[in-house]
Design a protein. Structure first.
Length: 277
């Protein structure tokens, strides 16, 4: 696989809406789509580099897109980044690739997009795997979370975001164990941040999806770190009470990135769920 800087460069989907979405496509078998979260320098590979190779090894075809506005995908500065827009771009990417049925894995923003896909395109989504998904709380509730407050403080200050500032944000705002905020991770995120514009995060609009969760009929596996600093805890009950076919795993000593902080556990549970439901 070719690399652009520190990150692998895969394929590009020319979507029907005119935008170009970058994605990695590895392995053969039933399709699993990984949808990354938001934040400075975010990309699919950076979020899931410890996960999708394990699922490829287990016999699955893994598609890892960069959301519109992130990674190596297009970064428009003249459109609102609504949930419907994110869903549209992922659906059109999968149409281009020829995917008709898949499991969707989503963390944070990616979790909200996964829920949006399941609601708008139920024929596409066979199973859902959600890690502290967005779209379950009101904006003012997110703004009270210490991790979110740190993100807004760092990126709203107008000061240059250095390697050290980014590393501290991940170590103290997103993770329980700061050892997972590696220099490699920070360098990957800094590379993408150089080509991002602030419009995607400034114009992001994600509605509260809780009233519609009962419409989702597919099996769901959920993860939530009990030291979460980004997502309000009412999201736990929102999922548990409203998703009909759900298994929810609560993990101690874990922040916002369960797939990073508890990589082996996450990969094992995902493979088990994919094979046996």
């Amino acid at each position: 696989m070719a690399y652009k800087g520190l990150l692998p460069e895969g394929n590009y989907a020319d979507c029907a809406n005119g935008y170009r979405i970058h994605y990695l496509d590895e392995g053969q078998g039933d399709v699993v789509v990984f949808l990354h979260g938001s934040g400075p320098g975010a990309s699919g590979h950076s979020n899931f580099k410890g996960n999708y190779p394990a699922l490829v090894e287990a016999g699955y075809r893994c598609i890892v897109p960069d959301h519109i506005g992130y990674g190596f995908s297009d970064k428009p500065d003249d459109v609102d980044h609504t949930l419907d827009f994110f869903v549209e771009c992922i659906k059109q990417t999968l149409d281009t690739v020829g995917v008709e049925r898949c499991t969707v894995v989503g963390n944070s923003l990616g979790g909200a997009v996964a829920l949006g896909l399941a609601l708008q395109h139920p024929q596409l989504v066979d199973k859902l795997i959600l890690m502290a998904p967005g779209g379950l709380s009101e904006l003012h509730e997110y703004q009270q979370m210490p991790g979110m407050q740190k993100v807004f403080k760092v990126f709203g200050s107008g000061e240059p975001v250095t390697h050290e500032v980014m590393k501290d944000l991940f170590a103290t705002g997103l993770m329980y164990d700061p050892r997972h905020a590696t220099d490699e991770l920070v360098k990957e995120r800094m590379q993408i941040m150089q080509i991002m514009n602030g419009h995607v995060m400034a114009s992001m609009k994600i509605p509260v999806l809780t009233p519609r969760l009962a419409e989702i009929q597919c099996p769901v596996l959920g993860f939530w770190g009990m030291n979460e600093k980004m997502m309000p805890e009412n999201g736990i009950l929102a999922m548990a009470k409203n998703l009909k076919h759900m298994r929810l795993i609560l993990i101690s000593e874990c922040g916002h990135w369960v797939m990073v902080e508890h990589e082996d556990l996450f990969n094992r549970e995902c493979v088990e769920f994919l094979r046996h439901g």
